[in-house]
Design a protein around this ligand. Structure first.
Ligand SMILES: [Zn+2]
Length: 127
């Protein structure tokens, strides 16, 4: 898999769920309740994901959750001229992260997409 060639979308979101968070795709049917819907499955809580629910590669809030995971692994964003600015959501930027002064991991794309790619790279190398 060439991570750098991935683009924002459901496939990238699913890769984040599976490779970064280690969750399995949940295909249990949803059941209506008084408050909305519930999903009855046999997975342990937090070990499965519903495709399309968290759009890590498209949504700021899901991306914030992902960056929190990245930070918890000890990786921090390398300061760049972009700090303090919010580029146009479709702008291509280069995100770079480092851990304890080691090699820098980076990826390019719109912010959320680039972050997903960084997280996938870290998930494959953080051992
Ligand atoms: Zn499940």
């Amino acid at each position: 898999m060439d991570i750098d060639n991935l683009h924002a979308g459901l496939e990238l979101d699913a890769l984040v769920e599976e490779k970064v968070f280690g969750r399995v795709k949940c295909d249990a049917p949803v059941k209506p309740t008084a408050f909305g819907v519930t999903r009855e499955c046999n997975h342990d809580p937090g070990t499965c994901y519903k495709p399309g629910l968290k759009r890590y590669s498209k949504s700021m809030s899901a991306a914030a959750e992902l960056e929190n995971w990245v930070n918890k692994q000890g990786w921090h964003r390398v300061p760049t001229a972009l700090i303090g600015t919010r580029p146009n959501p479709t702008d291509t930027i280069v995100l770079a992260y480092e851990k304890n002064g080691g090699p820098v991991v980076e990826a390019a794309g719109p912010f959320e997409e680039a972050l997903c790619k960084v997280a996938l790279k870290i998930a494959g190398t953080h051992t």
